[in-house]
Design a protein around this ligand. Sequence first.
Ligand SMILES: [Zn+2]
Length: 372
Amino acid sequence: MLFKDIPGLHPIKATLRRSVQNSHLAHALLFDGVQGGGGLALALAFATYINCENRGEEDACGQCASCVKMNKLIHPDFHFIFPIASSKKIEGKTSEPFLPYWRNFVLENPYRVLPEWLDFINAENKQGNISVEEARGILRKLSVKSYEGEYKILLIWKPDIMNASSSNALLKILEEPPYKTLFLLVSDQSDRLLTTIISRTQRVTIPAFSDQEVKEFLANKGVQESTANQIAYLCDGNLSEAMHLVKETADDRSAWFIEWMRSCYKSDLAYLVKAADTFDAMNKEKQKGLLDYSLRLFRDMLVWGHGAGELLRVPQEELTFVQNFSKAVNIAALEGMIQEVNVAILHIERNVRAKMVFLDLSLTITQFFQRK
Ligand SMILES: [Zn+2]
């Protein structure tokens, strides 16, 4: 994770960079953020910056041996502690056996929250904890000689869920930290931390992402502008929530599209008339969103039909449908459908009655299916 991968938060990034450039590193930092915020991502980018062998003014180089290892979260001087829970998948009282799963979880998306992590490992106990064994084992973890970097870094995710004995074990270590060791505590509920722990750290307060930053993040994920605007409005700067909303929107559209295509294929006129009424009642943004989505799938099918299947970016859930659908129509029909959807979008933009546009389009697509 590099600073540039994280949307916005420029003043905080600048402060963190300066602390490295001026060698003013506190031995323990508390990344104090909100749920679905940038705390973990920033701590990772910060650790990457510290360890980088070819550090720039603005960011780590992303290329050197250290950056490459940090990018996979396998740097030998970089350690993790995070909550765990007994799981069907993995056994263990410390985070060690969970590490491969944790790396995948973080690399996929570093803005997620604890319940998502516990789901990820199929935890039976939905609380998650950092055991006292784990806290007491910190020194052992860090006693291994520094291999490559100047510092040994330990990132603790969610220290706020530690119970009293674990917290006290951590506190003891923070009171007498080992030489050349950095502790990065990442919390999204810092009000639950012992004040004695907080007072041993330098606090980095991380605000929620702004609407603009959420939009930037979603745009990078290929989310359409109108959808991104709605989601930014709903998620209050929480990127974990934003991704849930993206998925919901996608599920919603995908189900709608599949039902629509089935009905066209079966020439189910009664359904299509009803669907046209529903479509008519939607606002223009939503109508255009659905048609844009259909257009994207038709184009993907065309790519598939041309035998360039590896180009498909279709989500796994829709892939089977797309593949079967592509078999049900020929390329000329698909090209025709794409053209008709484009015309429909144009008509919607020009305020032609949506019910007519949609019914027309449905009937044309029905004919394309029959022409085969
Ligand atoms: Zn580097």
